[in-house]
Design a protein around this ligand. Structure first.
Ligand code: HEC
Ligand code: HEC
Ligand code: HEC
Ligand code: HEC
Ligand code: HEC
Length: 150
């Protein structure tokens, strides 16, 4: 990608980087499921497939019955999706708290409803978490995101 930057104009680079980055980073999924079709064209709500069950800090991946309502006999089985965003177990992360604090899906996952494949396009490493916490005046104390050492 760096080599490209030398030869293309700025606008082309912006388009190329997004495009190349996406197709390189998106892992092959067991079924060619597309958010662009389902969340974009069909306008299905995120919560239909990612319900953030109460109680729970995760968004969860869809159960076979959800796909089965529209694709009976085709995708109504347990599918082993390749995970995209994951934080290590020594990091505290709660979707619920972030959504309650009015952060949007797009801020952390990009324009998912326009993507035919999901790639890790936003930086949610420690640096990425810290940047937003600084911007939104949330704490950047180590113990905010990591449990204190015993
Ligand atoms: C509300 C109905 C609905 C739900 C729920 C739904 N789909 Fe779809 N899906 C569609 C429609 C409509 C199309 C477009 C069909 C076409 O263009 O041929 C489609 C297309 C697809 C395609 C590409 C074309 C094909 O038929 O192979 C795949 C793969 C797919 N869906 C998988 C899934 C999976 C996996 C789930 C569950 C996570 C799911 N869908 C949930 C309605 C739905
Ligand atoms: C019809 C079901 C369906 C809908 C609606 C849907 N998703 Fe998904 N989502 C899936 C499936 C299936 C996967 C796993 C396959 C993949 O990564 O593409 C997934 C994966 C994801 C992931 C990556 C999870 C990981 O592995 O870390 C994110 C982020 C995501 N969805 C966000 C959204 C957002 C935001 C919306 C609403 C704009 C949405 N989804 C709507 C079915 C759905
Ligand atoms: C503040 C950033 C942030 C926001 C806002 C956010 N997510 Fe996430 N999302 C993450 C992180 C970080 C992970 C990895 C979590 C883990 O490993 O426990 C993740 C994981 C996921 C997953 C994979 C399953 C899971 O729960 O681990 C899905 C699906 C998902 N997000 C969907 C959504 C949807 C839908 C929204 C909006 C309603 C949303 N996210 C809002 C940061 C965010
Ligand atoms: C898009 C901006 C954004 C990103 C990215 C983000 N956060 Fe946050 N985070 C917030 C905001 C805003 C709050 C709420 C602060 C408050 O209530 O004072 C928050 C709160 C928290 C809390 C406190 C939750 C509680 O118990 O009240 C933790 C822990 C946290 N974030 C961890 C993380 C981690 C880990 C990541 C990266 C994986 C991350 N955040 C990424 C904006 C973000
Ligand atoms: C806003 C949330 C947040 C805060 C605040 C935070 N971290 Fe992290 N930290 C993370 C996340 C997320 C990771 C996982 C990084 C990844 O996935 O690359 C991490 C990873 C780490 C690691 C492992 C590094 C590695 O390369 O695996 C160490 C050590 C660490 N943090 C120490 C600290 C210290 C010391 C502080 C205070 C100065 C701190 N963290 C503050 C979110 C945070």
């Amino acid at each position: 990608m760096r080599k490209l930057i030398g030869v293309l104009s700025l606008i082309l680079v912006a388009v190329a980087v997004v495009h190349v980055g996406q197709s390189q980073d998106a892992p092959q999924q067991p079924v060619p499921y597309s958010h662009k079709i389902h969340a974009g064209d069909l306008q299905l709500q995120c919560s239909m497939c990612h319900p953030n069950p109460d109680p729970g800090e995760t968004m969860t991946l869809p159960k076979p019955q959800v796909c089965g309502t529209c694709h009976p006999g085709k995708y109504d089985r347990q599918i082993k999706w390749v995970r995209i965003y994951e934080v290590p177990s020594f990091v505290n992360f709660s979707h619920r708290k972030h959504i309650d604090a009015k952060n949007t899906c797009e801020e952390c996952h990009g324009p998912v409803a326009t993507r035919s494949q999901i790639a890790r396009e936003k930086d949610l490493t420690m640096g990425g978490c810290m940047n937003c916490h600084r911007e939104k005046k949330a704490s950047i104390d180590c113990t905010f995101c990591h449990d204190q050492r015993n």
